[in-house]
Design a protein around this ligand. Structure first.
Ligand SMILES: Cc1cc2nc3c(=O)[nH]c(=O)nc-3n(C[C@H](O)[C@H](O)[C@H](O)COP(=O)(O)OP(=O)(O)OC[C@H]3O[C@@H](n4cnc5c(N)ncnc54)[C@H](O)[C@@H]3O)c2cc1C
Length: 460
């Protein structure tokens, strides 16, 4: 039994098929994909994603899942990352032919967004990250990235213009809260290890189309996906999970994989289960971090590049969602770690977003606004703080412990579990693969792409 048809649950089910299991996925909503999904917007009549979802070449497990469910071709890859300068111009981060980690050095040198002193600071910090030993990276889990940037003498401007746009978007948490381990991981595995790892992937279809094919694959493999089935309890026989209570009927299973966010698990697990399983004892350490996505449609083209980073502004990224047959252009603005936006009303959000976009696209103020649809995701991800790291549970139940061991047959998955990654689609898929491995054996997570030779030589 897999509870949850988000990325973690789908990944677990797909891997379980490989091992000869017949997984039954219970998903309470009508659609798959969980937090990475689409909705039908009554106001515009469009199918809109809850938010733009971006991946990178280093997301080996997510890409493995996409290949397995046959949607690998629905991702468009971009080597360039475009940054808005205060003068309205663009800086382009583009990999050169130099071996990683030098492939982005030329772009950094040419960036007019940063002055010479800031570039020196970035190079110094990158070098320090490259040379951090595995033990130092692990120890960094208990510190914030801000504290590390203090050690590396990074000034306020370089934090605001360079570190913040990358780290806040990748980890969905501010520099003064995010665990340094994850921020360092973003740069080492995402930007420094290789050219492919740093390539940015953007789906070319609505998110729902990416994940619906998983249902067919699971059915063809002998499993089942039941949408509209909501788990309301996990049934125990003594210390063992034996099935799932639902809004329809009891469903028995040899193993139960709870691939739902922790607050949903707390809601369906009874007190006895919560008390008996040591993996669930630290959940109060976990908190949420919000993301705001804003769909903007105007009556003519204003943006001709695929995306843009807006350093130092409220909106962090804007994505070009294309021009439709009537000539209207669809833009999507994203604000990560959006706590300060959550209590704003639609008018205030619209005003702020359009102000930021106008700084990037001079034709925008002259266009008629056809749609401005803000989607607030208050519980977008877990907050990847230092405290959260210690509370993230393993997939498999431990057979030993003060309470006699964890609940047998109960496996945990979800981006909040201990996947080694921050709250991302890759983290969710990794957690699903780890749960499948714990249930039925098999390979676990996919190998990361091989870092370049110079990276391997220089890094510790
Ligand atoms: C706005 C936003 C933007 C994001 N942007 C990015 C990005 O650019 N890149 C990136 O890598 N990640 C991004 N993420 C994070 C990414 O979406 C998540 O990390 C990932 O989708 C989590 O997957 P999951 O399977 O762990 O959880 P979920 O997606 O939450 O899946 C859990 C599923 O369980 C179902 N469920 C819950 N309770 C029950 C129940 N009782 N019975 C049955 N089913 C139940 C839910 O309906 C849901 O479908 C973003 C997230 C948000 C919200």
């Amino acid at each position: 039994m897999v509870i949850g048809g988000g990325l973690a649950g789908l990944a677990a089910a797909i891997r379980l098929l490989d091992r000869g299991c017949r997984p039954i996925v219970l998903e309470s909503r009508r659609r798959l994909g969980g937090r990475a999904s689409s909705f039908d917007d009554a106001q515009s009549g469009r199918t809109l994603d809850n938010c733009q979802h971006v991946l990178m070449g280093c997301c080996a497990n997510l890409l493995d899942l996409y290949e397995r469910i046959g949607v690998g071709d629905a991702i468009e890859w971009h080597e360039d990352v475009r940054w808005l300068r205060p003068d309205g111009g663009r800086d382009v981060m583009r990999p050169s032919r130099l071996p990683a980690p030098l492939h982005l050095a030329g772009s950094l040198r040419r960036m007019r967004l940063l002055d010479r002193a800031m570039k020196r600071q970035v190079r110094r910090a990158m070098w320090r990250m490259l040379r951090m030993s595995a033990a130092a990276r692990l120890a960094a889990a208990s510190r914030t990235f801000d504290a590390l940037l203090d050690d590396w003498k990074q000034g306020p401007e370089v934090r605001r213009l360079f570190w913040e746009p990358i780290v806040v978007s990748a980890c969905n948490l501010s520099l003064d809260r995010v665990s340094a381990r994850h921020a360092v991981q973003v740069f080492r595995e995402g930007f420094m290890a290789g050219r492919w790892q740093a390539t940015m992937g953007v789906p070319t279809v609505p998110l729902v189309e990416l994940y619906e094919p998983a249902a067919r694959c699971i059915a063809e493999g002998g499993g089942e996906v039941r949408c509209g089935w909501s788990a309301s309890g996990i049934a125990l026989d003594g210390r063992r999970a034996i099935g799932v209570e639902t809004n329809r009927q009891f469903v028995r299973g040899e193993a139960v994989c709870a691939a739902i966010p922790w607050e949903r698990l707390e809601a369906i697990a009874d007190d006895r289960l919560m008390a008996m399983d040591a993996r669930l004892q630290g959940l109060e350490q976990l908190g949420h971090s919000p993301i705001l996505g804003v769909h903007v449609v105007v009556d003519g083209p204003v943006m001709d590049e695929p995306h843009l980073v807006l350093p130092g502004r409220g909106v962090h990224w804007v994505f070009n969602k294309g021009v439709d047959a009537s000539g209207a252009q669809h833009l999507h603005a994203v604000v990560s770690a959006a706590d300060a936006w959550m209590d704003l009303g639609p008018d205030a959000i619209q005003q702020r977003v359009l102000d930021d976009l106008a700084a990037a696209f001079p034709d925008l103020p002259g266009r008629e606004l056809l749609l401005c649809r803000a989607v607030k995701e208050r519980r977008a991800t877990f907050a990847a703080t230092a405290d959260a790291e210690q509370a993230r549970p393993a997939a498999a139940p431990s057979p030993v412990g003060a309470m006699g061991g964890d609940i047998e047959g109960l496996y945990l998955a979800g981006d909040w579990c201990d996947s080694g990654w921050p709250a991302t689609m890759e983290g969710a898929v990794r957690s699903g693969y780890l749960a499948a491995q714990a249930i039925a054996g098999g390979p676990g997570v996919a190998a990361s792409p091989q870092p370049g030779w110079l990276f391997r030589l220089l890094s510790r």
